[in-house]
Design a protein around this ligand. Sequence first.
Ligand code: AMP
Length: 219
Amino acid sequence: MKMVLLGPPGAGKGTHAKVLKEKYDLAHLATGDILRRHIKQGTGLGVKARSTIEKGELVSDILVNEMMFSEIAAIPREKGFILDGYPRTLGQAEALEEFLKKEQNPLDLVLNFETSEKVIIDRLSGRRVNPSTGRVYHIRNMPPRREGICDDSGEALIQRKDDAPETVRHRLKVYTDETSPLIDFYQKRGLLQNIPGDFDVPELQPIIVKLFEKLSLIS
Ligand code: AMP
């Protein structure tokens, strides 16, 4: 199964990707996580991407495509994958299509998380992360056992810089301007499936599983 998760920041793409990865033994490539790893490791790409990410802007297509093509190429062919947060521009979608065509490994579907602004703001303002491992919590929906402390490592949780309210507003505008045209792009290719991103995991997972069955992606 090879899929793209499409939707604004806070739509729940990462949360669902983690569940689907475990359930169906898929590779999970989250562009934001990979870029943050580069920043932490101080790679050339990380140095170039850091201020762009902190401002809530998009990293250039050239850098992101190159990074993602090498990540995808490293996945064993028999294993499916989830692309989470990629592509995010028409340029990236076209480049990805070309790359997967050359690899003779086309996408099976694109899950489009239709999510309201109210839910997005609530999820992002309450999101807390472990800066070392990337494990994500929410102060109400998915709280750690001890407030502000990671259950796994005991480290202090932080709020991502780009989850600050004014940066969130900017990221939503970037989504509308740059990423939402991909809905039409994938609809034209017959790959798009809309799902209700306002639902939390227990409500939405069964809907996704039914969809996979309907599309004969699982039996
Ligand atoms: P995310 O964790 O998916 O919210 O991504 C965090 C940030 O990483 C975004 O706001 C962008 O600055 C950058 N980023 C993630 N994915 C992409 C992408 N496909 N293209 C460009 N920038 C990206």
